[in-house]
Ligand binder design. Structure first.
Ligand code: GDP
Ligand code: MG
Length: 313
């Protein structure tokens, strides 16, 4: 248990993260609500579709300054997630805070250089920063420490002393409680299962179809966007042990003319994608309500092959 939360950041603060690539700036930034974080990588992606496109840095910095000004004017707590290892990068941030009586706080993310370099390894190619650049950023950060006070920062703290895990878990917990309706709201209700299986992004397209009888009495739902849609059935006993799961409707694999419904298990959003794309049309787990399992006759073929093998050795 962590008793101490240091420092309690005043509401009217601008937190400027300072650290080389891979030091953990974005990890700590994510402990605050997304709306409070201005991320240079994210803005690079907004202006260029590529968070690692260094030629987009000028435009991204301009966008960051514009957004920062708008938030400072409203006296809103803000975190800037960028390396900020040079004085010239920090100066306009401090100036924006001071223009609006906000408290600029420098947060040094002082992770050892060797760790920052190691962390480049698993990153996608466009986000990997060369070793010599990381070393230079690390040196610049260390050198910065002496001058931060003179630059105008009201406080200088090391990220280690922020104790952000507790508020991070608190925020995640609040979201979870709200989903479950334990905060007095209606909650997601029966959409919790949908969210767990297919992801929360599907929820706005999800519609239960009460009264639909296409799944032999099981609950039916539709995922629709314009004219494209999928029909799903909620199965309440998929394994004879009471486990629940979804089937998605696909064409009958036995007969192009068949108008009965065929179903195949949908375990994740990938199954939904493949079902709509036609990639599951020959799946061996398809069961047609009229013709039965897809693999019914294939099993016969397999048996035949095995028999032949036995006969011919
Ligand atoms: P940035 O380049 O400074 O934004 O660094 P990131 O925040 O992207 O950190 C790089 C990786 O280091 C992350 O994906 C995490 O896996 C890891 N990491 C950074 N800080 C922490 C930390 O405090 N705890 C843990 N467990 N992992 C961290
Ligand atoms: Mg980052």
């Amino acid at each position: 248990m962590t008793e101490l939360i240091y420092p309690q950041m005043p509401e009217r603060s601008l937190v400027v993260l300072i650290g080389p690539s891979g030091s953990g700036k974005s990890t700590i930034a994510r402990t605050w609500p997304a709306s409070q974080v201005l991320s240079l990588d994210a803005l690079r992606e907004v202006v260029s579709d590529d968070a690692g496109d260094q030629t987009a840095t000028g435009d991204a910095v301009a966008a960051l300054h514009l957004l920062l000004e708008a938030r400072m004017r409203r006296r809103l707590f803000t975190v800037v997630d960028a390396t900020n290892v040079t004085r010239s990068a920090r100066e306009p941030l401090i100036a924006a805070a001071k223009r609006h009586d906000m408290l600029p706080i420098a947060v040094m993310v002082a992770t050892p250089g060797s760790v920052c370099i190691e962390r480049q390894g698993p990153r996608p190619a466009n986000r990997t920063v060369p070793e010599d650049v990381v070393i230079k950023q690390h040196k610049d950060m260390v050198d910065s420490h002496r001058t931060l006070k003179a630059e105008g920062f009201s406080e200088i703290v090391f990220s280690d002393s922020l104790y952000r895990l507790l508020p991070f878990l608190e925020r995640l917990s609040e979201t979870r409680q709200a989903d479950l309706g334990l905060d007095g709201s209606a909650g997601l209700g029966d959409l919790n299962l949908v969210s767990r299986v297919f992801g929360a992004e599907i929820l706005p397209l999800w519609q239960w179809k009460p009264g639909s009888n296409v799944a032999d009495g099981d609950r039916v739902a539709e995922i629709r966007l314009g004219q494209q849609y999928l029909t799903l059935a909620l199965r309440t006993d998929v394994d004879g042990e009471g486990d629940v799961g979804f089937d998605v409707m696909v064409p009958c694999p036995h007969d192009d003319e068949c108008t009965s419904r065929a179903w195949v298990p949908a375990y994740s959003v990938t199954c939904l994608f493949r079902a709509l794309n036609g990639d599951l049309d020959d799946d061996e787990d398809i069961v047609c309500t009229a013709h039965g399992p897809k693999n019914g006759d294939e099993q016969d073929d397999d048996l035949e092959a095995q028999d032949l093998e036995v006969i011919h050795g």
